[in-house]
Design a protein around this ligand. Structure first.
Ligand code: FAD
Length: 572
């Protein structure tokens, strides 16, 4: 039996990361739940043991069911019949397998029937699923809807809806409209309150909605008449009924198993979640950040799948009398792919841990007042998570595209055919840098981490950690890269021009990302010599990439922007 959890040593490394102790203690409220539930962990070791068992069951289902079904799901896709979306046969089997194994309601508290798993472990499910079938990650991953309900809804709503997710019902995140994509402030779908019925009614159109026919949806709607910006938007819970029509499901390049719907709401009843006017500013931001973490996992899972397919093929394919993996062009490409996969995975789990800590505090705060030090800790982690999440989403999704591209290259002409999974992986990877906010929008958020010095501060914390003498040569490269990065940040800042900062934003964010990931993999090499070679490959690659970006910044000036504008705006 194959197992996507046990066949990857790095996953265990991340589960046993030192910060997990804090996460588990907080999540388990110092292990007080063992008195109420005989399956709750007794202590930290027991919790880790149980996580590994659960992930092992998960890993087996991903390898033996999801990955096996992936090709037929890709071919069949979902269908729309009588206003209902039907999943492909393999998708239905995948859901059943996870339901049967009791793996729904993954992060939900035990009182609702959930598994009370940390977000870091839930994040890991996105990686494991996507290694088997990235499209399915969008369906299972919509448990984010349940998480958001648990975070912001009233107790009454939680009591009704959360057990439904545990029983396998799915969710949808209903935000995008034809004129409101990256700019969600422009959402026009209205929600009007009826004093008579004591309920809200939704009217309008939404498009590109993943799993649009879900049982429970969270809908971003305009509740404040006469407003036109984000402050007039609220979040509402809608339960599937016949007032909402699915106009069509989209024909897509990839993730065929995941239905993407356009829908019309006509006097559809809905319930307000949390406070009015905080829909976009607070609740959607929280929901999207969770979903962005999920796309990080989807991207890493795709990277892992692409690397494994490429390595297998390169070892077996013979040309010029030898296996192609023996050619420098091939082994270099493959090593870079593996190094980038390890680095983006490290960034992924680091981000998940940061999110985990502050989210748990959010829940504890609903039970009791936080102590001063706890408040401080929660704030620190939230600030870090806010700048790490867009960085992760941008970097990992772009990597999954690059790595899937290279995996096809390693397959040569065969990679262009539908004979091997790599063709599907390539198509599936393409969406990761678009939905849940494009890479450009992630950069708009991540540049704050550059401007406020948040990335630099974190880099300095990493660099203060003790490191084995034998790794000092790699650390000194990272120190040089940090100096170079600080100089470039200063150079751009000196111009005091927002448009110029936006122009170089992606370069600066990626430079910070290379250093951060460099330290994270250095930490892995420090603990296990087996990671040393890939760490060296990654850090040297990061150094070369950062040099190129620094060179570009050094040779640019504000007046260059005029050239780009002339080139692109001549036709207008
Ligand atoms: C398969 C799929 C599934 C989806 N699932 C969901 C879902 O479940 N729920 C949901 O609500 N939505 C969903 N979406 C919508 C998705 O989140 C949006 O497509 C995405 O956010 C981009 O919006 P847009 O398509 O309108 O592109 P636009 O916003 O029109 O962007 C077009 C281009 O302009 C760039 N751009 C825009 N603004 C800026 C800026 N300020 N700075 C720099 N560049 C900018 C973008 O980066 C992009 O390159 C899905 C989309 C797809 C394709």
């Amino acid at each position: 039996m194959a197992n996507f959890f046990t066949d990857n040593k790095e996953l265990k490394f991340h589960i046993t990361h030192p910060l997990m102790k804090r996460i588990v203690e907080l999540r388990e409220r110092n292990f007080t739940e063992k008195e109420k539930y005989d399956y709750a962990p007794l202590d930290f070791e027991d919790a880790i043991d149980s996580y590994e068992n659960i992930m092992s069951v998960f890993g087996e289902i991903c390898a033996d069911t999801l990955a096996v079904n992936a090709e037929s799901v890709d071919i069949e896709g979902p269908s729309l019949i009588d206003n209902r979306i039907h999943y492909a046969k393999g998708t239905v089997e995948n859901i059943e397998a996870l339901k049967k194994a009791g793996l729904m309601g993954f992060t939900l508290p035990r009182k609702y029937g959930g598994l009370n798993m940390p977000i870091t472990l839930y994040a890991m499910t996105a990686e494991l699923i996507s290694r088997g079938d990235a499209s399915f990650s969008n369906i299972y991953g919509l448990q984010d809807i349940a998480e958001t309900i648990n975070e912001f809804a009233s107790q009454e709503i939680k009591d009704i809806y959360l057990p439904r997710f545990v029983n396998g019902e799915t969710g949808a995140m209903v935000l995008t409209e034809p004129d409101a994509g990256s700019d969600l402030q422009r959402v026009q779908l209205t929600a009007t309150y009826s004093e008579k019925d004591k309920i809200w009614y939704l009217n309008g159109v939404k498009r590109f909605i993943t799993n649009g026919d879900a049982e429970v949806s969270l809908v971003l709607a305009r509740t404040e008449e006469g407003t036109s910006d984000g402050r007039g938007l609220s979040m509402l819970l809608y339960v599937r009924d016949n007032t909402r029509t699915i106009r069509r499901i989209e024909e897509k390049l990839g993730i065929h198993g995941s239905p993407t719907a356009e829908m019309v709401f006509k006097n559809s009843p809905a319930i307000l979640i949390g406070d009015r006017k905080l829909g976009l500013i607070k609740y959607v931001m929280a929901l999207m950040n969770a979903a962005r973490l999920g796309i990080g996992g989807q991207s890493v899972g795709l990277c892992e799948a692409a690397c494994r397919e490429a390595e297998k093929y390169a070892s077996e394919r013979m040309q010029f009398g030898k296996a192609i993996i023996e050619f420098p062009a091939m082994y270099e490409m493959l090593s870079n792919m593996k190094a980038k996969t390890m680095a983006s995975r490290a960034l992924f789990y680091e981000t998940a841990r940061l999110v985990d800590v502050y989210k748990i505090y959010h829940h504890i705060e609903q039970e009791r007042q936080l102590f001063k030090e706890e408040k401080e800790e929660a704030k620190t982690y939230q600030r870090l998570a806010d700048v790490f999440t867009p960085l992760l989403k941008a970097v990992s999704s772009e990597y999954s595209n690059q790595i899937a591209y290279d995996a096809i290259q390693i397959h040569g002409g065969t990679g262009f055919m539908k004979d091997f999974p790599v063709e599907r992986i390539y198509r599936d990877a393409r969406i990761t840098s678009i939905y849940e906010g494009t890479t450009q929008l992630q950069v708009v958020a991540a540049i704050r981490g550059v401007e406020t010095g948040a990335y630099l501060k974190r880099i300095e914390e990493y660099s203060a950690r003790a490191i084995s003498h034998s790794l000092n040569y790699l650390k000194s490269i990272l120190l040089d890269m940090t100096n170079e990065y600080s100089k470039m940040v200063e150079l751009v800042r000196e111009k005091k021009d927002n448009e110029y900062t936006s122009f170089h934003a992606r370069r600066l964010v990626e430079m910070a990302g290379n250093i951060i990931m460099g330290y994270l993999v250095l930490d892995m090499a420090n603990q296990d010599v087996e990671y040393k070679e890939l760490t060296e490959v990654f850090i040297k690659l990061g150094k070369a990439e950062n040099k190129q970006k620094a060179e570009y910044i050094l040779n640019s000036d504000i007046k260059d922007l005029g050239i780009f504008k002339n080139i692109t705006q001549k036709a207008n």
